[in-house]
Design a protein around this ligand. Sequence first.
Ligand SMILES: *Cc1c(COP(=O)(O)O)cnc(C)c1O
Ligand SMILES: [Zn+2]
Length: 446
Amino acid sequence: MQGDAFLKCIDPNCGLEYPINSTNVQCEKGHLLDVKYKRTPNEKLKEIFAHRGMMDEGVIFNESGVWRFRELLNFCEIDTENIEQCSKFLVSLDGAEGRQSKPYHMTKVSAFTEISNDNLWLQPEGYNPSGSFKDNGMASAVTHAKMIGAEKIVCASTGNTSASAGMFAANEGIQCDVYIPSGQIAPGKLSQAYQFGAQIVEINGNFDDALKQSLDDAKNHNGYTVNSINPFRIEGQKTIPYRALEYLKWEAPDWIVYPGGALGNTSSCGKALMELYEWGWIKKIPRIAVINSEGASTLSDLYNGKFQEEELRWNKGKPNTDLIKQYYDHLDQEGIKPKTKATAIQIGRPANILKGLRALEFTNGIVTTASDSEMLDGMSVVGLNGFDCEMASGASVAGIKKLLEQEIIKRDDVVVGILTGRQKDAMLPVDYHNNPKNRFAIPPKI
Ligand SMILES: *Cc1c(COP(=O)(O)O)cnc(C)c1O
Ligand SMILES: [Zn+2]
């Protein structure tokens, strides 16, 4: 298997390649990179995955919802049946990452969004060990960090990335520096980073500023960046759609719906679908819907032509990157900062925007927005089904509702919504339910 995996620039007109043990997160011209594999995996693996899921036999790599699919992200180029090799290479929190995640029906959410309960699936990623989908990609990114002998991982975070990075770093005994926008992350997330012993670096600015600073510091002080611009993060996050698809017997749904922040999720879903389709593992391509917050709507503004007339597209690898630059200049000139209570998606400069556009083009995707109050309703109606999720995840529900109303999603379409994280902002539900004006509020009795 040696020599199967490598890194390749996503720009088809550049296409620079790097060995798999490179720590570059960009090509030398500044484009994002993909992990590529030369071999086509055998479709018989579907049976092996199912078997691993049911009969874990105490092997953590078979219990793990990420490493159960290890043949599809085997950038370590190990013998995936050899558990000793798995133990040596693959980073896992005792198999807990992705283990609890699968799609569920939630009757109150389907009633609220007005789609039949059979057609709506919601996949809570908040039941990951650190409480968000980030663990899927962090397991694989830290695996690569370990493979190349990194002693310190570094990230900027709106909260969940730092919780996840801190958790895996602590478990592996490596150092972790997290750059956070001071005063702008949910206390429940910040406290996790402290709890796991990460070194907090407070940045006077927003997430976009924190990311810039962390990338500079990682470069200058030998840190290994684990933000989602790291292509190995994207590999682990492919398992989110894998688990949904596997549960649906590899019958692709019509839609997969995500909240959009830095667009790592969108990118990884797109890459997963591109690969599965190319291998013939799925016959239909689900459409991706990305839901931005109204207060942090870069992708929606550009994709839907709300900034200038032009609708920004991947355009077969020739996106109009000037338009993105002009948009960012416009934000700077006008002093516009992303603003939403859903801090996990309070991002103005989505680092993976080009991979996101590629995913949207491949899947004939769509982008829309949800307001803070719509996201809170979405979050709250999930809670009424006995499932936990945070405000940013409420964007998936709000987006599904809106797209159904607009008849972009049809009533007989099969929809999978990803609930990205669990509640870590303790006062949000308290405040929501104490205001009787809120749609799903159950105020306390006095
Ligand atoms: C990170 C995060 C997001 C945003 O995901 P991207 O991949 O950056 O678009 C959404 N929801 C939650 C809960 C998150 O932690
Ligand atoms: Zn390039």
